[in-house]
Design a protein around this ligand. Structure first.
Ligand SMILES: [Cu+2]
Length: 340
């Protein structure tokens, strides 16, 4: 297929779409259940990577002229009626399902097969507060790996500061969706083939972007630089406890590592932990791993004299995840934590 037939994107279209919805994407605390309607359009195209290489992706996008990888996060409240429509603009078949989630009736959410050019709607009542990944589970893991994934969360009814009733509290929340990308596999999927080469990821992203070191092209641009993307970078004053909903649609296992403070580790792959450990490194399983943790925004305990401002990095503790294109260092899955 002629490449000019595809939409081409810098990463910009993804982050720009979310500007103004910092952190609390699509959810504000409210007293009553609501009806939430959302439409995702399955689109495809190329996204320029930090070394200039255009890589093929598919995404759950907000309109037919964009390409969102990951798709926009959804946060709903327990008891809400949720209607999600998927418009498949491609020729290939896809579905939309929320991994591990059961609705008010104990049923999973899944559109089933949506043939090329068709649409489908799932309607359900939200239950089971927590963090989930929505994705296309067909042709697994390939449709998910080429970009058909995003974050979904249910807030407990009547609470705006807890992950589940009785959990430790927070004042703001973010999704951190980590991903790893093998362009050879993406290209095979583009051509309708099943990848038959060894998995060799060359790009590592957080919410679809990589960090850009100072002085590098795109550094400081919130639509390109994960250290300045409002979806990823943490901003807070001392005491602004921040929930991190961490998802891994990629295949690589990771270790999420924060500076400044340890994280309070609340859940491991959807299971609430009996004890809340405070750790500066938390293991994230590959191939659909997830965890929740709170970054407490305490005055950094190791700093002397005591400080309440400063900037600290978050990065994955696997070396290759901090590179792009097979070795470009510091163009990987990292962001910054700003004490203000
Ligand atoms: Cu470090």
């Amino acid at each position: 297929m002629d490449r000019r037939n595809f939409l081409k994107f810098s990463s910009a279209s993804v982050a720009a779409m979310c500007a103004g919805t910092v952190g609390l994407v699509s959810w504000t605390p409210r007293a009553h259940a609501a009806t939430i309607n959302k439409t995702y359009y399955i689109t495809e195209g190329f996204i320029a990577q930090p070394d200039g290489v255009d890589v093929y992706f598919r995404g759950f996008s907000n309109n037919t002229n964009s390409l969102a990888v990951p798709g926009e996060h959804m946060i709903v409240q327990e008891g809400d009626t949720v209607n999600i429509t998927i418009v498949n603009t491609l020729n290939s078949s896809h579905n939309f399902t929320i991994d591990g989630f059961e609705d008010d009736n104990g049923d999973p959410v899944d559109t089933g097969r949506i043939r090329g050019g068709r649409s489908a709607t799932v309607s359900f009542k939200a239950a089971n507060p927590g963090t989930y990944m929505y994705h296309d589970s067909r042709n697994a893991p390939y449709n998910r790996l080429v970009g058909l994934h995003g974050g979904f969360a249910v807030m407990p009814a009547g609470r705006n500061n807890q992950l589940y009733p009785g959990s430790r509290t927070f004042v703001q929340q973010h999704f951190w969706i980590f991903h790893d990308i093998d362009p050879v596999w993406h290209n095979a999927v583009r051509n309708g083939n099943t990848p038959n080469t060894a998995y060799s990821p060359r790009y590592f992203t957080i919410n679809g972007l990589v960090g850009r070191p100072p002085g590098a092209p795109g550094s400081g641009d919130p639509s390109l630089d994960a250290m300045h993307d409002p979806r990823s970078a943490l901003h807070g004053h001392v005491g602004d406890r921040t929930l991190l909903r961490v998802l891994n649609p990629g295949l690589c296992q990771s270790s999420v590592h924060t500076h400044g403070n340890h994280m309070e580790w609340l859940t491991d792959n959807g299971t609430v932990r009996d004890d809340v450990w405070e750790k500066d490194c938390i293991y994230l399983e590959g191939d659909m791993g997830k965890m929740d943790a709170i970054y407490p925004f305490d005055s950094p305990p190791d700093a002397w004299p005591r400080v309440s401002t400063g900037t600290y990095p978050m990065h994955l503790h696997t070396e290759m995840s901090q590179t792009a294109g097979g070795g470009l260092y510091m163009f990987g899955s990292l962001t910054d934590i700003y004490f203000e």
